[in-house]
Design a protein around this ligand. Structure first.
Ligand SMILES: [Fe+2]
Ligand SMILES: [Fe+2]
Length: 319
């Protein structure tokens, strides 16, 4: 008898995971919202520099004593950085999701298809964010910099445990939805193109966070107490690493603001603007996700009170 043929063939239905219906719903949602960068999002438009890009609820610009023109410039700088940060984090998100999808290749085919679609969508998002970075570069004055290498960041992130990367990914994909629903969508003063970029991005992220949760719980169930303890430390390291990037970008963006606001700023004014930018970036990329009720609920369901306190204490140092 051919050794490759098993004695009893497991019916395909036996290869389904208990979550197969949730994976199937994610596939259906992904198909329903499928969009094209040119046909649906850009539609031949360009960025209008007379409009804001990032809404006040995210840029926190109302906390700065600035003129309307200055506030618009701040929202454009932070909006450009916002698109670049997503392009950056999506590099490691795609790599990790391709990694975990391998565990389903010979198992639940709904899980495999849902995660392949997820990875495909994240690659499309990265293409979209590179496109709009080039378009914003045409619309805005020269001198803007975002010098973070997505591959170098991805290599450093992927060296950490899978649990910590999946928790960071869940965090990102929840805050992106919150930002769109609560700040971007309700603001009628924004660039239509900027708004549409994050409308279409949001449509995909809704099912991505469902898949993040499924993969995180599936992976968490395989860990020992010691491994989870180590993974919590890894997650804290990742948040601190994100913050280090934000600290640099806040200073770089404040200098770009100073170069283009049309008047001479003193060194201490530039430093003060940099501190405001950092406060806004920490709200955008760390605290709005960390305080998200669904994020808190999922993570608290996986770790003990002591480990949650470790995370909260680490976040408390970032103020
Ligand atoms: Fe994305
Ligand atoms: Fe996503």
């Amino acid at each position: 008898m051919n050794a490759i043929v098993p004695n009893s063939i497991v019916p395909q239905s036996m290869a389904s995971s208990p979550d197969t219906a949730r994976y199937a719903r994610a596939i259906a949602a992904s198909k329903a919202v499928r969009w094209d960068i040119d046909k649906d999002v850009i539609r031949g438009r360009s960025f209008d520099v007379a409009k804001k890009y990032l809404p006040d609820g995210l840029s926190l610009v109302r906390e700065m004593a600035l003129s309307e023109a200055d506030m618009r410039l701040v929202s454009q700088i932070q909006g450009r950085t916002y698109a670049n940060v997503f392009g950056l984090v999506e590099r490691f998100i795609t790599a990790k999701l391709i990694d975990v999808s391998r565990e389903h290749t010979l198992g639940d085919q709904n899980a495999l298809e849902a995660l392949v679609r997820f990875s495909d969508e994240e690659i499309k998002h990265q293409i979209l964010f590179r496109r709009i970075e080039a378009m914003m570069a045409e619309a805005m004055p020269a001198g803007y910099r975002f010098d973070v290498d997505p591959d170098a960041v991805a290599r450093a992130v992927l060296a950490k445990s899978t649990w910590s990367v999946l928790v960071l990914t869940l965090h990102i994909e929840l805050f992106v939805q919150l930002h769109y629903r609560e700040s971007i969508e309700p603001d009628n003063g924004l660039s239509d193109l900027f708004k549409d970029v994050f409308l279409f991005h949001w449509k995909d992220e809704a099912q991505h966070s469902v898949l993040d949760e499924l993969e995180l719980k599936r992976h968490d169930a395989t860990l020992s107490r010691e491994e989870r303890e180590q993974a919590v430390g890894d997650f804290i390291d990742l948040v601190v690493a994100v913050d280090a990037i934000l600290q640099i970008q806040a200073k770089v963006d404040a200098v770009y603001f100073a170069m283009n606001c049309g008047r001479q700023l003193q060194r201490d004014e530039i430093e003060q603007i940099g501190r405001h930018f950092l406060k806004a970036y920490r709200w955008q990329y760390i605290f709005s996700g960390a305080t998200h009720p669904r994020f808190q609920g999922i993570v608290k369901g996986l770790i003990g009170g002591e480990q949650m306190k470790r995370i909260e204490a680490a976040l408390g140092t970032l103020v």
